[in-house]
Design a protein around this ligand. Structure first.
Ligand code: C2E
Ligand code: MG
Ligand code: MG
Ligand code: MG
Length: 288
């Protein structure tokens, strides 16, 4: 009797695994086809400079609109693309497309591109970046690569070498999602990042929690002392913006400034010059 029960459990477990595996394999198949079938698109989210009161750059964010699945979130497909290596051709498409789009923007506006750790495993990354720049005619100083701390975990230092070579050509490098994952302050010492992007969880948490506020302040002052800009990610309300501005962050990015925009709306958005922020929320939300 007991033995039978265990066997049944095992079967349920196995068929559950089987289903997950099949779903993953199906997603992988669709993902492999998506590039050739032109199912990917980029949207661009503005980054706002608190000092000048102007948008100084935009982050390219990948969108996958599958004809069978509908829109699939990058949080869902990027990890699988990384595990399977499909991220390399996709990442190359992102780089080339972002550089080409940015070449049509005013020449003081930068474009930020997310680059996965996996893409660094391939020595061709610097060739790809340089070729995307040359083909688009984009000034290297207008391209920013956003990497996460996982890139710095590469023990052989390949990634560091690639980053150093690219930075020597003028390409900027930002540390994304700072404060999450395998945070180590040592990473800030091992590479001269241009920007630190403070993870959304601290930014939005800063409204409710003194601990989060202290962390945002500490990262902002770290950036100041290291000569790195600090971007608060995920700023959704004027209260968030006031908090991070008081904390000393130099830039904000988030729905308050703008949702990510389709490429055809970027030039019009930039032409408006200033960002029309909603009136300050302080009258109702700030107590003391
Ligand atoms: P990320 O690089 O940290 O990008 C910021 C994410 O926060 C984006 O999500 C953006 O739409 C979202 N966001 C921006 N402002 C707000 C806000 O005010 N509130 C909220 N709730 N969310 C906000 P998205 O586009 O879904 O991308 C998720 C992640 O997927 C990115 O995080 C990045 O790690 C990855 N990703 C996106 N595009 C690419 C790409 O081209 N290549 C690679 N390797 N990764 C990418
Ligand atoms: Mg990013
Ligand atoms: Mg981020
Ligand atoms: Mg992220």
């Amino acid at each position: 009797r007991a033995k039978q029960d265990r066997a049944a459990d095992y079967c349920i477990f196995e068929s559950g695994m089987d289903q997950t595996m099949r779903a993953r394999r199906a997603l992988e198949t669709d993902l492999r086809r998506a590039l050739a079938l032109r199912e990917f698109a980029l949207v661009y989210q503005p980054q706002f400079d608190l000092q000048s009161g102007r948008v100084t750059g935009l982050e390219a964010l990948l969108r996958w609109n599958s004809p069978t699945r509908g829109p699939v979130s990058p949080m869902e497909f990027i990890p699988l693309a990384e595990e399977t290596g499909i991220i390399s051709p996709i990442g190359e498409w992102v780089l080339r497309t972002a550089c080409r789009d940015a070449a049509g923007w005013p020449d003081d506006i930068t474009v930020a591109v997310n680059v996965s750790a996996v893409q660094f495993a391939n020595r061709a990354l610097s060739t790809t970046v340089l070729s995307a720049l040359a083909d688009s005619g984009l000034d290297p100083r207008r391209l920013e690569l956003e990497i996460t701390e996982s890139v710095m975990l590469d023990a052989r230092g390949t990634a560091l070498g690639v980053l150093q070579r690219l930075r020597a050509t003028g390409v900027r490098v930002s540390l994304d999602d700072f404060g999450t994952g395998y945070s180590s302050l040592g990473y800030l010492r091992s590479f001269p990042f241009d920007k630190i992007k403070i993870d959304q969880s601290f930014v939005r948490g800063a409204s409710e929690d003194r601990g989060n506020r202290a962390i945002v302040r500490a990262i902002a002052s770290l950036g100041q002392n290291l000569g790195m800009a600090t971007v608060a990610e995920g700023v959704e309300t004027t209260e968030h913006m006031e908090r991070v501005s008081t904390a000393g962050c130099t830039h904000v990015q988030g729905y308050l400034i703008s949702r990510p925009l389709p490429p055809e709306q970027v030039r019009a958005f930039l032409a408006r010059g200033t960002v029309a922020l909603p009136p300050s929320s302080s009258d109702c939300s700030k107590v003391a």
